[in-house]
Design a binder for this molecule. Structure first.
Ligand code: GLY
Length: 377
């Protein structure tokens, strides 16, 4: 049970979300947005972009809006996105560890809400494919396929903590323990090989794919090797909380708190989240997605605690969400997005722009506080 004051605040913000989203959804019908340029969402539903890793989030947003409002058009749009993703299920190179990000907010959401047999089938195909990426010697799930000349056979990334729930779902659905065994083996490897002594995490760790030996870390989307990419930290906070929710293993709640405590110790008083906690001092680049994802994770951690801990984690989530709502959100219905200042990676030119899954996690966090969420992960 979360607080009444927080619930009331979230309900009020969700009224604004619902009002604006009605217009946005009309404009974005039959698109799969990723980022907004000059206020207009692009479309990744074409064959050349359909495998993009974020392509499940618009469907997830539509499901949360359906859950909130009961309006059939949201469900119709969510189902359209889900069907579009069938092309990905038939493309071996388009499938990777991000099967979770693609089919949890679409097919699993649909199955949980409606019991659709077709959605269950899709999600099980995606889960089986993801389980097939497990390296049993290194006890990790391989992240990406190879591209260009790069060899990614031994690469695992922190983001995968958010994909594990697809395997937990498949276990809960089929009772085949392999799904859960693979998910927990990977989570245990992340505890050992990704979390540093101070609670910060690496983005990418490379293992020898033949022997399983941990070779080295990589900067990935953060500032530098050894730095602290905030979105990676947010995937760890929420991902470990979810591993705890699905398994009830105390070590995952402990890990979630450890990475969350590091996040909170480095959160500026402003409540605005930088792109990398260790970026140069004269760089002020932010990532609002990291704030929204972390808020979701903190709310789940707060739900598992009592007393002071509950107050601290919920209070920190509220601080970040209020800051987003008041300072980093556009309530103008003429633009397609909500959150501003979302950043892809430190070393790229996509810095501080609107990105669709920032909106998704912001809305999900509000739905949690309002006790209305469709549980997707
Ligand atoms: N999963 C890739 C990212 O967070 O940008």
């Amino acid at each position: 049970m979360l607080g009444q004051e927080e619930k009331k605040w979230a309900e009020e913000i969700l009224e604004h979300v619902a009002e604006k989203m009605e217009t946005v959804m009309e404009r974005c019908k039959y698109k799969i947005p990723y980022k907004a340029v000059k206020g207009v969402f692009d479309d990744r539903s074409g064959d050349d972009k359909i495998c993009w890793w974020t392509n499940g989030f618009w469907g997830g947003t539509m499901w949360q809006m359906y859950q909130l409002t009961g309006k059939e058009e949201y469900r119709k749009q969510a189902e359209w996105v889900e069907e579009k993703l069938d092309k990905v299920l038939m493309n071996a190179e388009g499938l990777d560890h991000d099967n979770g990000f693609k089919w949890l907010p679409t097919s699993v959401a649909n199955y949980r809400k409606t019991g659709s047999a077709a959605s269950r089938n899709r999600a099980l195909l995606a889960a089986n494919n993801m389980a097939g990426r497990y390296n049993p010697v290194g006890r990790f799930i391989r992240a990406w396929n190879d591209w260009d000349e790069d060899d990614h056979r031994g690469w695992a990334i922190i983001d995968c903590m958010m994909n594990l729930p697809l395997l937990y779902w498949a276990y809960e659905e089929t009772k085949d323990p392999r799904f859960c065994q693979i998910a927990t083996a990977h989570a245990d490897t992340v505890i050992d090989a990704f979390i540093r002594g101070d609670g910060s995490v690496c983005h990418i760790v490379g293992f020898d794919p033949e022997t399983g030996e941990r070779l080295r870390s990589y900067a990935g989307q953060g500032y530098a090797r050894g730095s602290s990419w905030t979105r990676g930290q947010s995937w760890a906070v929420y991902g470990f909380a979810l591993s705890y929710i699905h398994t009830k293993e105390q070590k995952y709640l402990d890990a979630a708190k450890r990475v969350a405590n590091y996040f909170l110790a480095n959160l500026p008083d402003s409540g605005l989240v930088l792109l990398d906690f260790r970026q140069p001092e004269d760089c002020e680049w932010e990532d609002s997605i990291a704030a929204a994802v972390t808020a979701c994770g903190l709310i789940e951690i707060a739900r598992c605690c009592e007393g002071r801990d509950k107050k601290v984690y919920l209070g920190a989530a509220m601080k970040m969400l209020r800051t987003l709502a008041e300072q980093r959100c556009s309530w103008d219905a003429k633009v397609d997005y909500f959150l501003e200042n979302c950043s892809v990676a430190y070393h790229c030119d996509e810095i501080e722009l609107p990105i669709v899954y920032g909106d998704y996690y912001f809305i999900e966090a509000l739905m949690k506080l309002a006790d209305k969420e469709l549980f997707i992960w």
